[in-house]
Unconditional design. Structure first.
Length: 141
């Protein structure tokens, strides 16, 4: 399966004179069939969620402790529990558990770890391609 991640950096303003400008990264995932989704972040949980939703996995939150919750993906009687900390994420199906970093500096590492998790969902490996969207000049000579 192939997928294209398009990304661009935008400079946004806070909306008032006192607010400073800030950079905003925007990512879009295009599936092999041409359908697209926006990604909240370029990280393992965002990519896994996009592919799980595309593969019709349902999501629900369950309480796992005092004030703590986990996301549970379910499909055809199979459940995968997803728990997060500030920089790690784990997915567990039965006795099989994968724990990984959420973010990676190297895109190839991000893709490899995402594919490891997608295998837990029974989703075939994805060949990712990243395309940087360059802003178009306002005026052309």
């Amino acid at each position: 399966m192939n997928a294209i991640i398009s990304g661009k950096k935008r400079i946004a303003e806070g909306g008032c004179n006192a607010c400073e400008s800030f950079s905003l990264h925007v990512y879009r995932l295009t599936f092999e069939d041409g359908s697209e989704v926006s990604l909240e972040n370029l990280d393992v949980p965002s990519l896994v969620m996009a592919f799980a939703q595309k593969d019709r996995w349902k999501q629900k939150f369950v309480m796992i402790g005092m004030g703590e919750e986990a996301m549970v993906y379910s499909k055809d009687g199979v459940e995968i529990t997803n728990e997060e900390t500030s920089n790690k994420i784990s997915y567990q199906k039965g006795s099989e558990k994968i724990t990984t970093d959420k973010k990676f500096c190297d895109l190839e590492d991000l893709y490899a770890h995402t594919n490891d998790v997608l295998a837990l969902f029974g989703i075939e490996g994805v060949n990712f391609e990243y395309r940087l969207i360059e802003p178009q000049p306002l005026y052309q000579d």
